[in-house]
Write a protein that binds this ligand. Sequence first.
Ligand code: NAG
Ligand code: NAG
Ligand code: NAG
Ligand code: NAG
Ligand code: NAG
Length: 655
Amino acid sequence: MRLVVLASLLAALAAAVEGKPLTRTVSHVVHEERLVARREWTKVGRLHRLQALPVRIGLSQSNLHRADEFINAVSHPKSAGYGKHWTPEQIIKTFAPKQETVDAVKIWLESEGIHPSRVSLSKGRHWLEFKATVNEVEQLLKTEYHVYRHNRQGHSHVACDKYHVPEHLVEHIDLITPTVHFDRRVGHERENKKIGVTEGQTQELKKRSLSKRQRPEHGILGSGANDGFSPKQGAVIENALASLANCDQMLTIDCIRALYAVPPGSLAKSNNTLGIVEYTPQAFLQGDLDLFFDQFQPKLVGKPPILQAIDNGVVQTTNRSFSFNGESALDLEFAMGLIFPQQATLFQVGDLVQGASFGNLLDALDGSFCSFEGGDSKDPNVDGQYSDKVRCGTAQATNVISTSYGSNEGDLGARYEQRQCAEYMKLALQGVTMVFSSGDNGVAGNGAACVDPATGAFNSGGSGLFTPSFPGTCPWVTSVGATQILNGSSVRSPESACEEVILSGGGFSNVFAAPTYQRAAVGTYFADSRPPYGADRFNNSGTVRAYPDVSANGARYLTAVDGNFTLSFGTSASAPVFASLINMINEKRLAAGKGPVGFVNPVLYENPQVLNDITNGKNPGCGTDGFSAVKGWDPVTGLGTPNYPAMEQLFLSLP
Ligand SMILES: *[C@@H]1O[C@H](CO)[C@@H](O)[C@H](O)[C@H]1NC(C)=O
Ligand SMILES: *[C@@H]1O[C@H](CO)[C@@H](O)[C@H](O)[C@H]1NC(C)=O
Ligand SMILES: *[C@@H]1O[C@H](CO)[C@@H](O)[C@H](O)[C@H]1NC(C)=O
Ligand SMILES: *[C@@H]1O[C@H](CO)[C@@H](O)[C@H](O)[C@H]1NC(C)=O
Ligand SMILES: *[C@@H]1O[C@H](CO)[C@@H](O)[C@H](O)[C@H]1NC(C)=O
């Protein structure tokens, strides 16, 4: 009797072994681990085991090591292929992960109980996406998920401390989300307790369906607009006696035209609107635009920007204050005024509940991949889950896109930043100019934070390692620092690095190697003006990406916000101004039958004479004087401010 039972049991076991792939011992390794201690977040508890997580596996892509070569081929002024930007098809064919990569990861998922029918491949073919319970993901990645609460703003975030993948998959996987990335929605000051349910909150959980809860966020962590990149408010101006004679006191559109010799716009191709990115709940008020334009560009009164809502983006009007409206007002008033009659396209990203991050915008711009090989996946599970969110073609990239938000490089893992930077590289290859502000805290980061070398944690900024900002350190974007007209100076005298209210962000990356286009300029800087700091302050090897690339005025912008004129300060202003000038140059190129300029850095580093070199001022931080603006490129003002006529002529001379 007992023998019989044993025999049938053995037979059953044998059958089970035959029918299934051999179970072998897979050794797992830590794939990503969060190192920098989170200052502003408190661990609330374990995430409920049955909560659904939208998992995304970033697959290793092909040919990324050739980025520098590809970029130079289309963007270097001496390249025969200058301006021959890539199609989405070329992008996919060149960078799509190898089939063996897709297969290896899918086999792993299936062996762990994630059936292939649940898994889909993104349009760009570089993400595998599926939904799974926390329980499933914890087993898959050998980790534990916790809910964190933001100490100041009260919203929640889901993360683990580290996660594992099988050793043989390390080369195939860039990163997995949501995991260690402490990405936070970019907009500031939100009340969001709807993400992340702890084990103790099961009642609340029962009220919800498992289907629509969390959505991946790939973006920026640790920096709300309020933490450093948003403009700083100066005095409220009762009598705006703006004139060219007092641009040192109040900066107007006319002051910018005078500083950089910018003519009024004359062209308005529907094809060439200027992209301005804002993250909800940051929003403009039409009344503010009208107040501003009534004074400075009457033909724009009553004219909103063209709205491209991304991820249910809303221009909210409920919460009003400088911190809710200042950034949008500043960006839109000056950009729209400068490029008129050309229009601006406002990419308003994120809803009021979850907000959004840089990754959400990139996902939406990925819509360009939809036309490739059939478009939408036909999988109702996947399309259902994401249909009201990021969909094919939700956003068409404009030729120039300006973003005045950023994060500390140390907030995000290197893998995460490299992944996102590769997306900026793909946009650059397709002819899109991505412009970012360089930060407002000099060599320190958002909130003036520096890094304690002993612990790797952020400190309050009196000492320690400099804090570079991302995405400015991505080699494939244009990073814009801030200058100012010194008190008592006129628009005709040279500007200085901005040291009033804000300090121009600048420095050296800890993640990205120097792109070839800036090696000579940075080499000259180290040879002629070597800064007095060692490797205990920043990576001084001269082999890493240095920023900013250029600069533009960032002080005393006379801005209409919440019904009053007020002064605004920040690289937040510098980025859209620089982007506006590139937009105007594109107009001229399109009129001449040429394409948009796309990525401008290689042309500018090769032709520094089209910029006004800034040689005065510095960007202190971390208990130091920071770097100094010197002759040639420097990590305070980059190559300098635009000399518009020279820049226009140069870009028009290129094919
Ligand atoms: C838009 O611009 C592209 C070049 O960037 C051009 O080929 C196309 O014809 C333009 N479309 C319109 C409607 O102007
Ligand atoms: C925004 O406005 C809503 C509605 O008045 C309010 O409930 C919420 O607390 C406000 N949020 C902030 C951060 O002020
Ligand atoms: C600018 O200079 C004037 C005259 O010297 C002085 O009254 C004013 O306080 C100065 N403003 C700033 C911001 O330094
Ligand atoms: C500086 O960057 C280089 C190149 O990435 C790297 O080899 C070196 O280790 C870095 N130095 C420090 C102190 O991190
Ligand atoms: C702003 O303008 C409103 C009227 O639109 C006025 O009541 C208020 O006092 C002004 N605020 C400041 C700080 O001047």
